[in-house]
Design a protein around this ligand. Structure first.
Ligand code: ASP
Length: 309
C-alpha cells in the first residue's frame, strides 16, 4: 500500500531546478516520472541510465523555457511532451494497456493565477494528451472533455492524432497479458471477497508481473515562472488493465493536479482512486491556505498521514 501512494519521491523519478534572478524573481521547475520505488536490483544500469537521461532532458527543457522568461505553461508542456514521446513512461507513447488491450489517456493542466484548467479523460490515439488538455484550457469554456465530443474538439484545434501502433511497447503489453492471467485465475479460483472483486475491476490486485513495467511512469510537472505564476500538469495512461472506461485522478482537478498562486502547484502520481476520494492535490493547497502549513508540512500531512490512513 505504502508504495502505491507515494508522491513521486523516488530519487530516480523526481527532479527539480531553481534559479533566483533577484530577491523577488525566481523560477522553479520540478518534474516527476511516476510513483513508487524502483529497487536497484530490479533495473539494469542501462535502463536506469535511459530513465535518468530522459528525465534530465525533460527537466532541462522546461527549466530553459523558464530561464528565458517563458511562461510556466510552456515549460510544463515542453517537459511533458518529451516524457510522453518516450516509451519509458506511462504517458503518451509508453502508456499501459487497459483490460481490452487498448490505450486510454488522461491528462490535465492548471493555471495558478486564474485557476483556469483543462483536462481530457479516456482519450484515444492522441499523440500528446497534455497538448489536448491545454487546448481545452485555452479554447473551450469547459474544464474536462471526453468521448466523441472531445475527438471532434481536437480535430477543430489541430491536435495531432496518431495510429495505435505508436503506443505499443512490448513490456507494457506483456504486463497487460500477465496481469490479465492473474485476474482471470483469481476469478476462476473463486477466492474473491467482495473487496477483491471490486479491486479486480481496475486491475489493482497484487501483481507479480514485471514491477516497473506495470506500476510506474505517470508524468507530471510544476512550474513557477518569472511572472510569479504557478502551473501544474499531469499525464498518464492510467493503471494497467483498468476497465469500464475507468478514469483516474490525473485529469481530475483537485485530485491529481492543482495550482493556485496563493499556495502551491501539485502533480500527483499513485493509485488514483485514493487520490480522488481525498482530493489530494487540493487538500495540500488547502492545508497551506487554511491550516497555515508550509508546503513540505502540508504535503507530508496529506500524503503520509491522511492518504496512507
Ligand atoms: N494516478 C494514476 C492513475 O491512477 C496512475 C499513476 O500515477 O501511476 O491513473
Amino acid at each position: 500500500m505504502k508504495k502505491t501512494i507515494l508522491f513521486g519521491i523516488s530519487i530516480v523519478l523526481l527532479l527539480w531546478f531553481s534559479t533566483s534572478f533577484s530577491q523577488n524573481q525566481k523560477v522553479v521547475f520540478a518534474i516527476h516520472g511516476g510513483a513508487g520505488i524502483i529497487e536497484k536490483e530490479n533495473i539494469s544500469d542501462e535502463l536506469e541510465k535511459k530513465y535518468r537521461e530522459k528525465l534530465n532532458e525533460a527537466a532541462a527543457a522546461g527549466f530553459e523555457v523558464l530561464q528565458a522568461g517563458g511562461s510556466g505553461l510552456s515549460a510544463v508542456q515542453a517537459a511533458i511532451i518529451i516524457l510522453e514521446d518516450s516509451p519509458l513512461f506511462n504517458a503518451g507513447r509508453g502508456s499501459v494497456f487497459n483490460y481490452d488491450g487498448k490505450i486510454e489517456n488522461d491528462a490535465s493542466v492548471m493555471n495558478g493565477k486564474t485557476l483556469e484548467a483543462g483536462a481530457v479523460a479516456g482519450i484515444q490515439n492522441v499523440k500528446n494528451p497534455i497538448t489536448a488538455a491545454l487546448a481545452v484550457l485555452l479554447h473551450s469554456p469547459h474544464v474536462m472533455l471526453s468521448g466523441n465530443g472531445a475527438s471532434n474538439f481536437f480535430k477543430q484545434h489541430d491536435i495531432e492524432f496518431i495510429e495505435p501502433e505508436w503506443f505499443y511497447t512490448e513490456r507494457r503489453f506483456q504486463s497487460h497479458i500477465e496481469l490479465k492471467k492473474q485476474m482471470n485465475k483469481k476469478k476462476s479460483d473463486g477466492d474473491g471477497s467482495d473487496q477483491k472483486k471490486k479491486d479486480n475491476t481496475t486491475g489493482h490486485i497484487p501483481d507479480t508481473s514485471n514491477q516497473y513495467a506495470t506500476k510506474f511512469g505517470t508524468v507530471g510537472a510544476v512550474a513557477l515562472d518569472l511572472n510569479g505564476n504557478l502551473w501544474a500538469g499531469t499525464s498518464t495512461g492510467g493503471m494497467t488493465n483498468k476497465r469500464y472506461g475507468r478514469i483516474g485522478d490525473s485529469p481530475v482537478i483537485g485530485a491529481g493536479t492543482y495550482a493556485d498562486n496563493a499556495t502551491c502547484a501539485v502533480s500527483c502520481t499513485g493509485h488514483g482512486e485514493y487520490f480522488i476520494r481525498l482530493s489530494v492535490a487540493h487538500q495540500i493547497a488547502a492545508a497551506m491556505a487554511y491550516g497555515k502549513m508550509p508546503l513540505a508540512e502540508a504535503a507530508h500531512h496529506i500524503i503520509h498521514k491522511k492518504l496512507e490512513e
